[in-house]
Design a protein around this ligand. Structure first.
Ligand SMILES: [Fe+2]
Length: 279
């Protein structure tokens, strides 16, 4: 998921592949991507969530990625996320449809998945396409493995789910583009790429790290800075490379307390105060 998705169009739904995309020359993959893009574009809240057409090799791909990521999570994911994994019990043998993810998640924290980009009140809006099976450990864009293994396991933690709700509330409160951008950067460096000190080591809670083989192996080598809302909101990021700078919370308790205070009081005036701090 991207918090801020401006210019929603077929590109945003993943309907067109860029020139170096690994699926570009696979006609049936392109057809499935186009079909998913059309489903997402036609979707309106309240409609039945449409089922995505996945091929056999895509279920195999999910099986491989689920297993490989789960092994790394044992070592590198924070306890709170792993409790979410335990509670959610995602299937390991097939790509779950978004309705299946919602059926597992809603009884735990009330969140449901729907097939358009963004974040709404109690709704997590997700892409449905999956990376190309020729490159199981690489995706040039966030796919259903990121959205579900990364984010749904987070959303199965009541504490993390509470933060997502507060992010949604804060997005609706702010008016200026700069205040939205500040919030989206804080989101990026927490729910997407957040790390936390735990048991004398550094572990990940961010969905972007926890759904990426490369980032899982690399994040401990980043420039890891102390948790600081003003610094995160001012830090630019590049989605196309491993994150060179990360911000580490002292504990999940600290993270939740600091983010709750920030999100509950965040508005355009608060943004101005944070911006002055780092100016
Ligand atoms: Fe995401």
């Amino acid at each position: 998921m991207r918090l801020v998705d401006k210019g929603v169009n077929t590109l945003a739904y993943g309907g067109q592949l860029v020139a170096d995309h690994p699926g570009l020359t696979d006609a049936s993959y392109r057809a499935r991507r186009a079909a998913l893009s059309d489903l997402a574009a036609a979707y309106r809240r309240g409609d039945p969530v449409p089922a995505a057409p996945y091929a056999g090799e895509e279920h195999d791909l999910w099986r491989t990625c689920s297993k490989e990521l789960a092994e790394r999570h044992e070592r590198l994911a924070c306890d709170e996320y792993r409790r979410g994994v335990e509670a959610l019990q995602l299937p390991g043998d097939h790509v779950p449809q978004l309705t299946e993810v919602s059926a597992l998640l809603a009884p735990i924290t009330g969140f449901r998945y729907e097939p358009v980009p963004g974040l709404g009140d109690g709704w997590f809006m997700s892409t449905q396409y999956i990376r190309h099976h020729s490159v199981p450990y690489y995706t040039p864009e966030p796919d259903v493995i990121h959205e579900v293994i990364g984010h749904a396991n987070q959303l199965a933690s009541p504490r993390f789910a509470g933060l997502y709700r507060k992010v949604g509330d804060a997005v609706r409160r702010v008016r200026s583009d700069q205040a939205v951008q500040f919030l989206s950067r804080v989101f990026w460096f927490t729910m997407e790429f957040g790390v936390v000190h735990e048991d004398g080591t550094l572990r990940a809670y961010g969905a972007g790290i926890l759904s990426s083989f490369g980032e899982l192996e690399a994040f401990r080598g980043a420039d890891v800075r102390p948790f600081d809302i003003a610094a995160m909101g001012a830090q630019p990021y590049d989605i196309t490379r491993y994150q060179p700078v990360l911000f580490a919370a002292d504990s999940v308790d600290d993270l939740v307390a600091t983010m709750t205070e920030f999100l509950d009081s965040y508005d355009d005036d608060a943004y101005a105060r944070y911006a002055r701090k780092v100016a």
